[in-house]
Design a protein around this ligand. Structure first.
Ligand SMILES: C[S@@+](CC[C@H](N)C(=O)[O-])C[C@H]1O[C@@H](n2cnc3c(N)ncnc32)[C@H](O)[C@@H]1O
Length: 256
């Protein structure tokens, strides 16, 4: 387990500048760098019933915050306190830059989601986007998310959809096994020393793991990737299958 975690942490330190450049806007031309919150109402698959009311005044933590887009976006929605946790120092460097760009209040802390450097019962809201599929010990990460949330606190967990991950979109064939939870090693760039290690749990396994950690799953969403969400497949040269298979799965779970 520790070997996979260390491999992923090294990879993120190596990949961070390039990964964050995908997010960057042309700020010289007046564009703002994106900072979407998982609680934005107009986000694909946005969280009903009333995410804005839940965010204003809440204490919020983002787990595996990367470049801090979710943390900064949620601070801008009115959260009272915001903490982002990530194990990559390089990713956190970008997160602090984004925070300073927007001038919001958010604290970024280096730590592992399976061993959070945070007190018990400290938050009303938690979220994690595209991070828990890299965590070898999912049960421990979910137990930590539950520990830092207050009773009734909401956890929004979003992951790449395991069916999409098993698919080759160009050939419309399964290149992986939906039922194989990994580890699956991916070479992001031949120039990097480290690989990305992924664990593609099934939707049922993810839902059951949340329940086992003490969460009540009260909403689940599967949605297509943001760039295709509002587009017409007929006007696009992207593979049709991107409109037919969800890109991500998102759970809204309440800590009990
Ligand atoms: C694909 S990025 C997503 C970042 C951000 N949530 C977003 O949506 O852009 C995954 C992030 O998870 C972090 N991560 C992966 N495993 C982690 C762990 N065990 N503890 C803390 N952070 C982790 C990585 O460093 C990376 O920043």
């Amino acid at each position: 387990m520790a070997r996979y975690r260390d491999e992923n942490r090294r990879l993120w330190d190596e990949w961070s500048d390039t990964f964050q450049s995908y997010w960057n806007a042309n700020t010289a031309d007046g564009e703002l760098p994106p900072a979407p919150s998982p609680f934005d109402t107009d986000r694909a698959g946005g969280m009903a019933p009333d995410p804005l009311e839940a965010v204003a005044g809440a204490d919020y933590v983002e787990l595996g915050c990367g470049g801090g887009q979710g943390s900064v976006g949620t601070a801008r929605l009115g959260a009272d306190s915001v903490v982002g946790v990530d194990f990559s120092g390089e990713q956190l460097r970008h997160a602090r830059q984004l925070r300073d760009f927007y001038g919001v209040d958010a604290r970024f802390v280096q730590g592992d989601v399976t061993d959070l450097p945070l007190p018990d019962d400290a938050f009303d809201l938690a979220s994690s986007e595209a991070a828990f599929q890299m965590v070898p010990d999912l049960d421990r990460a979910l137990a930590e998310a539950h520990r830092v949330l207050r009773d009734g606190g909401v956890f929004v967990l979003s992951l790449p959809h395991p069916l999409y991950e098993a698919l080759d979109a160009e050939t419309r064939t399964l290149e992986g096994n939906y039922l194989d939870a990994g580890p699956r090693e991916v070479t992001v760039d031949d120039g990097y020393e480290s690989t990305l290690v992924l664990f593609d749990r099934t939707v049922a396994d993810l839902s059951n793991a949340l329940r086992n950690a003490g969460f009540e799953v009260n909403r689940m969403l599967e949605h297509v990737t943001d760039p295709v969400a509002d587009a017409d497949p007929a006007d696009s040269d992207r593979p049709d299958v991107l409109w037919e298979v969800p890109r991500s799965v998102r759970f809204r779970a309440v800590a009990r």
